[in-house]
Design a protein around this ligand. Structure first.
Ligand SMILES: Cc1cc2nc3c(=O)[nH]c(=O)nc-3n(C[C@H](O)[C@H](O)[C@H](O)COP(=O)(O)OP(=O)(O)OC[C@H]3O[C@@H](n4cnc5c(N)ncnc54)[C@H](O)[C@@H]3O)c2cc1C
Length: 377
């Protein structure tokens, strides 16, 4: 029997699943091919932070907010664990406070929902914060935490049951020559295809990727043992180093002084692109990270020095019952030097959609809506 669908999606990371969702909601017959036996790459290796506050104002922030509302819809329908707890950027130094205060002043006018909190107001929102030398925090009620491993495991069944999407795991797409898609040992006939193959730039359309300017970014991550029952993180936590990491804070004039101080005082953080984020999981663990090493050739060996720097920094602002580390891993994402993500048309009817960088969980559903509009699905 001929295997037929309206659209094929390559890759069952979050970008592939979000595109499958967008296409299926528009009434298309969708087939998804994933080469691994289950999603194992960037989409299950992250914090699960849906983080609009970090996205540059304008189009990127709007895309994040559109994605955020799709996430809420999907999470409601799937009843998957999520924590709509917002975020705190904690500040312990005057130059950090200057950036947080400045952002809280200008950002509401740019469409962000955020405010400066004084020390006592921070402590009223979070029991997980170190009090010593705390000055205050940038508070945003918008950020949402999901459990990436639980979500990526459950979304395929939801797409299949709710929309009839067909998903094939252990099925690498070897060639696309529309209407034919060769996946595993099978051949499918489809009208269109969307390639969401993450940081695989070599297998499909290598020529299109070759000139696109993408690189890979390696991040080291850790996870604590489960925290005691009844303890909860509350808002996702970040601190001063994060203010110099996300592009949204680039609107602050005070940022230059903070960056300079970090470079001079603690160059090791810049050397490894370290900042400190903390999120919680469905099993009560805390996910801790991260570092950033750039280059097409990823070092497959982790550096203990980086893990130590991450844990030491986070211990400076997080007050959790246990910091015993249960898991360590690294993740890799694709990144474009200056575009929010890459969308290419390597052949008629085929789109490559990749490299949302460190914001793929945040932007995925917004990007999928954008692709659907552009392809007139
Ligand atoms: C450590 C870490 C922390 C992060 N934290 C956050 C966060 O908190 N918030 C946030 O917004 N973003 C975060 N990100 C970024 C986010 O995880 C990524 O941007 C996002 O997961 C990318 O999704 P993707 O679907 O493009 O890629 P992937 O998850 O890599 O999925 C691509 C899939 O395509 C499959 N594939 C490739 N080639 C083929 C083929 N030929 N045939 C079939 N299948 C194929 C692969 O096997 C893979 O499963 C983080 C990333 C990392 C690494």
């Amino acid at each position: 029997m001929e295997k037929r669908a309206d659209i094929a999606i390559v890759g069952a990371g979050i970008l592939g699943l979000a595109h499958a969702y967008a296409a299926a909601r528009r009434g298309l017959r969708v087939v998804v091919f994933e080469r691994d036996m289950r999603a194992s790459r960037a989409s299950v290796r992250n914090f699960g932070l849906i983080w609009p506050i970090g996205q540059t104002h304008g189009l990127m922030h709007q895309l994040a907010m559109r994605s955020h509302s799709n996430w809420l819809q999907v999470l409601k329908e799937t009843k998957l664990p999520c924590w709509p707890t917002g975020s705190l950027h904690l500040v312990y130094r005057d130059d950090e406070a200057a950036v947080a205060r400045e952002f809280a002043e200008v950002a509401p006018g740019l469409g962000y929902d955020c405010a400066w909190l004084k020390r006592e107001q921070v402590l009223a929102r979070s029991a997980a914060v170190r009090v010593d030398k705390l000055i205050g925090a940038l508070w945003s009620p918008v950020e949402l935490t999901i459990d990436p491993r639980a979500t990526l495991a459950a979304l395929p069944a939801y797409l299949s049951e709710r929309f009839g999407v067909q998903l094939f795991y252990g099925s690498a797409v070897r060639n696309i020559d529309l209407p034919l898609v060769a996946a595993g040992n099978e051949q499918w006939k489809v009208d269109r295809a969307i390639v969401c193959s993450g940081d695989d730039f070599e297998s499909l359309y290598p020529d299109a990727y070759a000139g696109a300017g993408l690189t890979r970014v390696k991040l080291q991550m850790l996870r604590t043992e489960p925290q005691p029952a009844g303890w909860s993180l509350g808002p996702a936590l970040a601190a001063g180093l994060t203010l110099r990491f996300y592009p949204s804070f680039g609107v602050c004039h005070s940022l230059a002084a903070l960056k300079l101080r970090i470079l001079q005082e603690t160059p090791q953080y810049d050397r490894w692109g370290i900042h400190g984020l903390v999120s919680q999981t469905a099993s009560g663990e805390l996910t801790l990270g991260d570092s950033h090493e750039y280059g097409l050739c990823v070092d497959i060996f982790n550096r203990e020095e980086i893990d130590e720097l991450i844990v030491n920094y986070i211990t400076g602002f997080l007050n959790a019952p246990t910091m015993r580390i249960a898991q360590r891993w690294y993740g890799v994402y694709a990144k474009h030097p200056d575009q929010t993500y890459l969308s290419l048309e390597p052949a008629q009817g085929v789109r490559i959609v990749t490299s949302p960088g460190g914001a793929g969980m945040t932007l995925s559903f917004g990007i999928a809506d954008q692709t659907s509009a552009e392809m007139e699905l």
